[in-house]
Design a binder for this molecule. Structure first.
Ligand code: PLP
Length: 426
């Protein structure tokens, strides 16, 4: 049997040391935070975010800049941590635009993607300023042009490409499928020509985002190389340099037994070949090349803490019924884009050295069998009042969950930075 708790143990060992058996986050005692702020509770560690940002930036140095994809965790205080590191932001709504501005980003550091942008949101970013709007379909092209006309501006736009069948094989694992996102690669030249014909649009970039939770360095490098080739095609068609080439996010983190971390050394080893591709095309050589991960930067920095309300045994299986569940953390319940439901790493917040572990089914308080946080977490004996924590919970947590379901109160969100805790949401 796979060591289902191996991942949790290694995350505790590397990032979340215990002191007297209690998990410490950024130097603070997690049980103490739960007492102060109540449960359920999201806790994010700013130092861990900075480390992820710096590690990735160093791995791709000389090739790409790293921006932050806001939808992974849209709290302005989180965006600010990355902005202070030098990141711009990729947003997908007017509210995320406001969050990025609140975090102190200047409008030109913000990129606007998303397949169904509203007229109001398009107008808001054109009025307020925006680095680039990523076009995803012809109707949107017309609406952005019309909004730019109303404001007497010329909008900088990028083409988001849905890669074609050639991107399917080998190292890339993407493409060739129907998609609501972006323009089909087969139409690329026609799309370029349509944009060039619009007085109110200026084509400045290319955007390729192939998929989320990629744990293979070679697949990611292959996708980035593919994006560079598409960018060369666009630049050749318009006969001038592009300002930006946005190669998307999608860098994964380990969640499940058997997942290994993304190998940043392998990413780093692939950078010279990508730099050579850029150097070969003078129209790309001056472009800003951007990665825009969300999950990779903020996921490992977050924990979701819940308190046990009751334990019971049903037909031999041990259940811990907690105050936290899928209403706050849909992804951990396996109901956000997971096909085979597997456990996120779940640990006891307080655990005596040498405690005997047993398999627990950890569930939430909702009246649905879907509300499961772990199916077989190896945890010590639990009792009412004990705390459990779901690790790797900084991305796609609270704001990706059905918070209205069963009308429970929202949990507090805490940012730990420099040994201090601050309430940053909701
Ligand atoms: C969601 C999204 C991202 C971030 O994806 P991650 O898998 O969290 O890195 C980046 N770019 C776009 C356009 C997105 O929609």
């Amino acid at each position: 049997m796979a060591d289902v708790n191996g991942l949790a143990r290694s995350l505790i060992a590397t990032d979340l040391p215990r002191r007297d058996g209690v998990i410490q986050v950024g130097g603070l005692d997690l049980a103490g935070l739960a007492r102060t702020y109540g449960t359920p509770l999201f806790v994010y560690d700013a130092a861990r975010m900075r480390r992820a940002y710096r590690d990735l930036s160093q791995a791709v140095a000389g090739f790409a800049e790293v921006d932050y994809s806001v939808k992974a965790n849209p709290r302005p205080a989180v965006i600010r941590v990355f902005a202070e590191e030098g990141a711009g932001a990729e947003i997908a709504s007017g509210a995320e635009y406001e969050a990025a501005l609140t975090a102190g980003l200047s409008p030109e550091r913000i990129l606007f993607a998303g397949p169904g942008k509203s007229d109001a949101d398009i107008e808001r970013v054109i009025a307020g300023g925006i680095g680039e709007i990523h076009l995803e379909n012809f109707e949107e092209m017309g609406r952005v042009a019309a909004a730019a006309e109303r404001y007497g501006q010329r909008a900088s736009v990028a083409i988001r490409v849905n890669p074609g069948p050639d991107a399917q094989g080998g190292a890339m694992r993407m493409g060739g499928k129907p998609s609501p996102f972006g323009f089909d690669e087969e139409d690329l030249e026609a799309v370029v020509d349509r944009i060039v014909a619009e007085d109110r649009l200026r084509l400045t970039g290319l955007h390729l985002f192939a998929g989320t939770q990629g744990l293979s360095a070679s697949i990611l490098l292959g996708q980035w190389a593919y994006g560079l080739r598409l960018a060369s095609r666009v630049a050749a068609r318009i006969g001038r340099a592009l300002d930006t080439v946005d190669l998307g996010g999608g860098l994964g983190i380990p969640y499940f037994a058997g997942d290994g971390p993304l190998d940043l050394d392998a990413i780093h080893s692939g950078i010279p070949a990508l730099r050579a591709m850029v150097a070969e095309d003078p129209r790309l050589a001056t472009a800003r090349i951007v990665l825009e991960p969300g999950r990779y930067l903020v996921g490992p920095a977050g924990l979701y803490v819940a308190q046990v309300r009751a334990v019971k045994r049903s037909r031999g299986q041990l259940f811990a019924i907690t105050d936290g569940g899928m209403h706050h953390h849909l992804a951990a319940s396996g109901n956000l884009g997971q096909i085979v439901k597997r456990d996120y790493p779940v640990v006891a917040v307080v655990e005596a050295a040498g405690a005997v572990s047993m398999p627990w089914t950890v569930v939430g308080p909702l009246c649905t069998p879907l509300d499961i946080l772990a199916r077989a977490a190896f945890l010590p004996q639990l009792a009412s009042g004990d705390l459990v924590a779901v690790l790797q919970s900084g991305a796609y947590g609270l704001t990706a969950s059905p918070t209205g379901f069963l009308s429970h109160p929202l949990p507090a969100e805490i940012l730990v930075d420099g040994g201090k805790a601050t309430v940053i949401g909701p």
